[in-house]
Design a protein around this ligand. Structure first.
Ligand code: 0RQ
Length: 501
C-alpha cells in the first residue's frame, strides 16, 4: 500500500504507539478524536493505558482528563477507564466500564450539550488543552489532514492543543477525502457572524483539517476498523413507534404543516432511531434530507434507495456491513454526504433556520412532558445528553421516543414526575411509545397530562397514572401543574426497594 503520509516533514515523525504514549504526561488534558464509535484513535489510548498501568505499579498516580467529540470504543474509553486512568471525562460516553466508574464515584464526568463543547474550550472553562490525539485518513503533501469517519471537535482540539499526535488509519477508506467541510469561521462573541447554511448540503469550509506541522510531535500508523456495532433488527415495539411517527408525518403533510418531503431529519442513536429510518425508507415520502449528527445504517440505506437526497452529519455510526457498503460506493455517497465539525452539525442557529425534525430516544417522560434522557432512577448516568438538547430545543418539531416499559415491564417509562430532567416540558412536543403518539403542541399542562397518559402509557400503568393525576388535581394545591409532592417520585422509590414500579 502506498504511504498515506504524503508530507515529508511529517513522515519523519512516525513512531510506534508505545513511544507516542510516553509523550503524554500525567495530569494533562487530552483532546481525542472520536464520535459515536467512529474516527477515534485506535492505538495510542491502548498504549497509554498500558503505560499508566506500568507507572501505577511503580507507585505513580497517573491520570489524564479525556475530552472527545462523543462516545468512542473499548480501545479508548474502556481501556483508559479500566486502569483508572481518566480523571475527568467529557462530553458524552456510552462505555460500560466508564459508566460503572462514573456511577461508583471514581471518575468525574461532565455531560455537556455537544454544540457547546468547542466554545467552552475556546473560553477556557475546562483549563488548557495540552495534547490532541487525532485519527486521520491521510496527510497531504503540504501537511493538511484528511479527516476520518468523524470530525467531532477535531478542529478545536488541533487549534487549542500545544502538541498534536496523529494516528493515520489505513483501515479508513481513502475515498473519504473530499467528503468533509471544516468551517474555520466560528468565533466567540462579539465577533460572531451568521453561519451560512440554508440547505443541509451547502459547503462553505475546508475539505481538510489544518494543523501547523511544528505542533505534530508524533505520527502513528494504524490499520483497524471503527467500533462498527451491529444494529438489532427492528423489533415489534420499534416498528410500532415508527408506524405512529410516519402516520403523524402524513397527517402533518395533509394539514400543510410539513412539506411533502418533510423537513431535514435528525435522528438519535440506537435501535429505535434506526427502525424509524427503516420505516421512512419504506414510507411514502421522497426527496428527504437529513441535518443530523450521526449517520447510522438506516440513513445510508435511504441514501442508497434514493429516498434520502442528501445528509449532513459529523460522524458515521455503522455496522460492519454498512461500513463495507460505504467503502465500496464511496464516490456515490460522497456526492450526498457532508461531514462537519460538531459545533456546526449541532448549531442551534442552523437547526432553527432549517426547521429540523428532531427525533431522540429517552429514559422516561413525565405526565407533563418533561424528559429524562440520561439518568436511571435519577442518579445513575446511562450515556449523556449528547446532541439531543441541541436539536430538541431548536428543532421545528421535537420528538422523544421509547417503549412504554423497561426491564421486562417492571418500569413504566411514563411516570408522575421524572427523576432527572434533561429536556423541559417547553422543549418537548411529541412523545411516542409503541402504545401511541401524544401531540403536545398547543396544549396547557393538564391537557398534556391527559394526552400523554391516554396515548403513551402502558395499559398496566395507565390507571395508576390517571389516579395520580386526578388526586393531584383534587389535592387543593396549584392547578397549573398539579402534583402530589410526597408521591411524585414514589414510583422510583418503589422500584429501588422492590424491583418493580
Ligand atoms: O438497558 O442496555 O441494560 O438493557 O436503558 O434502552 O430501550 O435499548 O434504548 O438504546 O435507544 O437508549 C435514552 C439511553 C435510550 C439513548 C437512551 C434502559 C434499558 C436499556 C437502553 P440495558 P433502550 P436506546 C444523538 C442524540 C441521550 C443522547 C441522545 C441516549 C437501556 O437514546 O443515550 O439522545 N440518549 N443523543 O433497559 C431504567 C428506564 C429505562 C431504562 C430504558 N425508564 N429506567 N432503565 N432503560 N428506559 C446522538 C448523540 O448525541 C451522540
Amino acid at each position: 500500500t502506498p504511504s498515506r503520509i504524503r508530507c515529508p516533514k511529517l513522515s519523519k515523525r512516525v513512531m510506534s504507539a508505545d513511544e507516542a504514549a510516553t509523550l503524554i504526561p500525567s495530569g494533562v488534558n487530552v483532546g481525542m478524536s472520536g464520535f459515536t464509535g467512529a474516527g477515534y484513535p485506535k492505538a495510542v489510548p491502548v498504549a497509554l493505558a498500558d503505560h499508566i498501568r506500568r507507572q501505577r505499579a511503580d507507585g505513580e498516580n497517573y491520570r489524564v482528563s479525556v475530552w472527545t467529540g462523543a462516545s468512542t470504543a473499548p480501545e479508548l474509553d474502556g481501556a483508559l477507564a479500566e486502569v483508572d486512568g481518566i480523571e475527568m471525562r467529557l462530553p458524552y460516553q456510552s462505555d460500560p466500564v466508564c459508566r460503572q466508574k462514573i456511577n461508583d464515584g471514581q471518575m468525574s464526568y461532565m455531560d455537556i450539550h455537544l454544540s457547546h463543547v468547542a466554545q467552552h474550550v475556546w473560553s477556557g472553562f475546562f483549563g488548557k488543552l495540552d495534547i490532541a490525539v487525532i485519527e486521520v485518513a491521510g496527510i497531504t503533501e503540504d501537511g493538511r489532514l484528511i479527516p476520518s469517519s468523524s470530525i467531532g471537535n477535531n478542529k478545536t482540539w488541533i487549534d487549542q492543543a500545544d502538541r498534536v499526535i496523529l494516528e493515520v488509519n489505513y483501515g479508513q477508506s481513502a475515498g473519504l477525502e473530499g467528503m468533509h467541510d471544516v468551517y474555520y469561521g466560528t468565533a466567540l462573541p462579539p465577533r460572531r457572524k451568521p453561519i451560512p447554511i440554508t440547505h443541509p448540503d451547502e459547503r462553505f469550509g475546508e475539505k481538510y483539517l489544518l494543523c501547523p506541522p511544528e505542533k505534530v510531535i508524533a505520527v502513528v500508523e494504524t490499520d483497524a476498523p471503527d467500533r462498527n456495532s451491529k444494529f438489532a433488527d427492528p423489533d415489534d415495539n420499534s416498528r410500532r413507534i415508527a408506524d405512529h411517527l410516519l402516520k403523524f408525518f402524513q397527517q402533518e403533510v395533509e394539514q400543510k404543516r410539513l412539506p411533502k418531503n418533510l423537513l431535514p431529519l435528525q435522528s438519535g442513536v440506537g435501535n429505535i432511531a434506526n427502525a424509524v429510518m427503516a420505516g421512512l425508507n419504506e414510507g411514502p415520502f421522497d426527496n428527504l434530507s437529513a441535518y443530523t449528527e450521526v449517520l447510522q445504517d438506516g440513513m445510508l440505506a435511504m441514501l442508497k434507495s434514493g429516498k434520502l437526497a442528501t445528509a449532513s452529519a459529523t460522524a458515521f455510526s455503522l455496522s460492519p456491513e454498512a461500513n463495507q457498503d460505504l467503502a465500496d460506493n464511496i464516490e456515490f455517497y460522497k456526492d450526498r454526504i457532508v461531514l462537519r465539525t460538531q459545533e456546526i452539525s449541532n448549531h442551534p442557529e442552523v437547526i432553527r433556520r432549517l426547521g429540523v425534525i428532531a427525533m431522540n430516544g429517552m429514559i422516561e417522560a413525565d405526565i407533563y412532558g418533561n424528559v429524562n434522557s440520561t439518568h436511571v432512577m435519577g442518579t445513575r448516568i446511562m450515556n449523556g445528553i449528547g446532541g439531543s438538547g441541541d436539536f430538541a430545543r431548536n428543532g421545528y418539531l421535537s420528538v422523544f421516543m421509547t417503549p412504554s416499559t423497561a426491564r421486562n415491564g417492571a418500569i413504566s417509562t411514563i411516570v408522575p414526575m421524572v427523576s432527572h430532567v434533561d429536556h423541559t416540558e417547553h422543549d418537548v412536543q411529541i412523545v411516542v411509545t409503541e402504545q401511541g403518539l401524544a401531540d403536545l403542541r398547543g396544549l396547557p399542562p393538564r391537557r398534556r397530562a391527559l394526552e400523554i397518559i391516554e396515548k403513551c402509557a402502558h395499559p398496566d400503568f395507565r390507571p395508576r397514572l390517571k389516579d395520580y393525576f386526578e388526586r393531584a388535581c383534587a389535592s387543593g394545591r396549584g392547578m397549573h401543574t398539579p402534583h402530589l409532592l410526597e408521591e411524585a417520585l414514589s414510583w422510583h422509590c418503589h422500584f429501588e426497594q422492590n424491583g418493580q414500579m
